[in-house]
Design a protein around this ligand. Structure first.
Ligand code: PLP
Length: 384
């Protein structure tokens, strides 16, 4: 372990925790310094919203702190059903199931749907929880080139026949890039090759789509047969994960998903906070509108600086609230992140092995002011 840690240091891949000592928001205190926060997944600014706190506190008083057991034994409360119904309505699916985290939702669902006789087709840049779920399932895993439905088509032609079931796995918004999957093409290929599609909406839910239902809605695919996974911990400001889909799927998962059956039900406070957040995300579309104004503002500011020396090749394509700037190596990206911090801006460096190339990853929130966005763009453009 010590020698492994030494190698990690040597490669400049070493990571450690930094405490935040204030409530969530666009301005936070980190290691004693106040910084503008571009590192948070709290897209709609709900994690610190008083209505979520009040809902969590009320649930805590009514139901206590722990749910005391598996959902199938002593861990099920009416509020779980209420949240699941609300998620299904929002996602326009027949049913939904709440897990203890998005990570566990992916592990349990993938491993329940496919096994050693089956095939998984996975986008190269999928989230770690999709990759690990795929490995856990024991299925044959084939990786297709990022967002490349032609490559997927070729691979399906070569591989599909040799296997029983086939599951296509993709992020809707790629978490470390910010671009979107070609969902309509994936669904067509799924029909052609008798395959299932699982789409991970962790960074789409609350952010994309006319009602904020996510990338599926944004890409015009609501109602199509697929498995939608997501988290309650990002735009919904709480903790937990979910799966939304057909009633048969959800019934099957309640009987087959180990990461749902053999773990304690989501705590009443987290469940209530997520439900309050969902209602706010639906009833206050102005939050989403404001988020997109901020995203557009940042893109315009960065474009402006492109004529003044910012290399456009550095900016990765994005259609979401995640924007990344690439750097040649982990040392440079760490230096850039440190210089930004010195200017009061927290935009984290993401390095291998999390991503193939080092980058600064920016998450835009509803609660950022135009000033804060301009400050970020200026700092990025003038960073030596
Ligand atoms: C964050 C994330 C998850 C995990 O969700 P948690 O609820 O935090 O466990 C899964 N998939 C993607 C794409 C994510 O970004």
């Amino acid at each position: 372990m010590a020698s492994a840690l030494h190698s990690i240091h040597h490669a400049h891949w070493y990571r450690q925790v930094q405490p935040i000592t204030t409530a969530p928001g666009s301005l936070v205190q980190r290691s004693g310094c106040t910084v503008v926060n571009f590192a948070s997944n709290d897209y709609l600014g709900l994690a610190g919203d008083p209505r979520l706190r009040e809902a969590a506190i009320a649930a805590l008083y009514t139901w206590g702190s722990g749910s005391t057991g598996s959902r199938l034994l002593s861990g099920h409360r009416p509020i779980h059903t209420e949240l699941e119904q609300a998620l299904a309505d929002w996602k326009q699916t027949e049913a939904a199931l709440v897990f203890s985290s998005g990570y566990l939702a992916n592990l349990g669902t993938i491993a329940a749907l496919v096994g050693p006789r089956d095939l998984i087709m996975a986008d190269q840049y999928n989230h770690a929880s999709l990759k690990n779920g795929a490995r856990l399932s024991g299925a044959t895993v084939i990786t297709y080139r990022h967002r490349d439905s032609e490559d997927l088509h070729t691979q399906l032609q070569q591989q599909r026949q040799r296997h029983r079931r086939c599951l296509i796995l993709t992020d809707s918004v790629f978490s470390m890039d910010g671009d979107l999957c070609p969902l309509p093409e994936l669904l067509d290929l799924a029909t052609e090759f008798d395959s299932m599609v699982l789409v991970d909406e962790a960074h789409g839910t609350g952010v994309l789509g006319a009602t904020g239902a996510g990338g599926v809605e944004h890409l015009g695919c609501s109602g199509a047969p697929m498995i939608q996974v997501g988290t309650l911990s990002k735009a919904l400001g709480s903790l937990g994960g979910y799966v939304a889909g057909s009633a048969v799927l959800i019934d099957y998962l309640r009987n087959r998903a180990s990461s749902w059956i053999y773990t304690t039900g989501l705590s009443p406070a987290d469940t209530a906070a997520a439900l309050a957040a969902l209602r706010i995300a639906q009833s206050e579309p102005e939050r989403r509108a404001r988020l997109w104004e901020n995203v557009t503002h940042l893109q315009r500011c960065l474009q402006k600086y492109q004529s003044q020396g910012l290399d456009p090749r550095q900016i990765l394509p994005s259609d979401s609230a995640i924007l990344c700037l690439q750097f040649p190596n982990p040392v440079t990206v760490l230096q850039v992140s440190q210089r930004l911090l010195a200017e009061g801006i927290w935009a984290p460096a993401i390095r291998p092995p999390t991503v193939p190339t080092s980058r600064i990853r920016i998450s835009v929130m509803t609660t950022h002011s135009p000033d804060q966005i301009e400050q970020l763009a200026f700092a990025l453009a003038t960073c030596p």
